[in-house]
Ligand binder design. Sequence first.
Ligand code: AHR
Length: 535
Amino acid sequence: MRQLVIGLMTAIVLATSPYIASAQTSATLDTSAEGPTISRHLHGQFVEHLGRGVYEGIWVGEDSSIPNVRGIRSDVVSALKHIRVPLIRWPGGCFADDYHWRDGIGPRDQRKGTINSSWSRQPESNQFGTHEFFDLVEQVGAEAYISLNMGSGSVRDSQAWLQYMTAPASTGPGSERAKNGRTEPWSVPFVGVGNETWGCGGNMTPEYYSDLLRHYSAYLKNASGPTRPYLIAVGPDTDDYNWTKVVMERAAEWRSQSEGNLLWTSERPLFNGIALHFYTLPTSNWGTKGAQLNFPEDQWMSTMQRALLTEEVIVKNLEVMDKADPKKRVDLIVDEWGTWYDSDPTIPAHLNTGLYQQNTLRDALVAAVSLNIFQNHADRVKVANIAQMVNVLQSMILTDGPKMVLTPTYHVFDLYKVHQDATLIPLTFTASAYSHNGASVPALHATASRDTSGKIHVSIANLDPHKSHTLTLKLEGHKGKTVTGRILTAPEMDSHNSFEKPDVVRLQPFTTAKLTNTTLTLTAPAKSVITLELP
Ligand code: AHR
């Protein structure tokens, strides 16, 4: 209540004193608090055969003049390793329901080309298939998330693909894999049972999908390693809570049942997580989504409002899930998230393929707000995959032939990697307001964690594009005397990195946070993202 009063007073002061340079917010941070572990998989990435996401963005082929290891470009791999990408979801997206895995195995020069009917009938060479995907995953040091074809595939295809990936080389499916160059089975920790089956993945009703999910679940077993992958069911589009309700009521079931010669002694679920898709469109209108660059402040504000809405959508989906699953055994997965803008005709045609978009400081703020929300709900949100990794939607990386540029969003993932597998320290406050044209949002948005070595990290986003805002944290249970930090900011709302100017938006040291006794004070400049470290 005290925090609420402070917050309201601050908002009032801000509203009536336009000349105040920096608004104040205060809170207490109990650094010894034991929150849930923040799954590193909240930093998952999504890769789809779409535009230049795979071909050029990742795969250049062994004979390319672009430096590569077995056809996978080395500059991209090295950038992804730096941000500790934990998980890669592939091959779609809508493309997953077009994809037949057998087209992408065997000698590359004998693979037949197919048509990507999900994305503008783009020719699909199948040069990047299962073996190349696992090579990418292993080069990056990530884990695999395979999205199965439920739309135009079958239970039998999915079962056979899983066996091809996981069977010992001494068996039929494993020997075929070994003949194609890989003796050891791969690990397939995550499997998506369909993608957007309410839309591009089959136009299904939630009732029909739930029954199909039960059917698939019976056959999706690994042939070595853990008996089953973690199965991710198709969840709602944004706020379609009825979809969540029906799938949870009809298929969130635990069973003891015999599998081969093994009688399960404990119950296992028919699926482990349910996947929400939530995109941030400045206008919230799929017909006219909003501009990538040179947008008005109204669209900065509406983008922030939409990003903040992620929290409401998560909370409401969890409420629906908990009614069917009061023991909270099914996790919430944010399978696809990120910004989605209108195509920009000023981007050169050779770059502007598929869903390519520039990435500005505004995207960095959306990334920070979204990651804050996911990790503040780390008790129930276990995986989140940004759409998409390279050259598509809210990317980490953009490429133009041999050139590569890191986006503002990439730098946020770099700032936030310290939170991977750390313990959440709950941090709540009522922030001073950022207001524009009658709309208002909290200017500051934050999260905090303690890593395994005891270091505290606090990440703060300032959503206000004009004013700095000050956060004062009274630290409980903290004995350290120093604080360091890094900041991401730039002069304009649409500041971005281009192939000509790759460092306009870059990380820099943040040296003005002060730790006096047990009080931490920082002033976050307008439109910035900061991570502080307190050893
Ligand atoms: O990420 C682009 C597309 O968005 C995906 O293919 C689909 O799942 C979603 O609609």
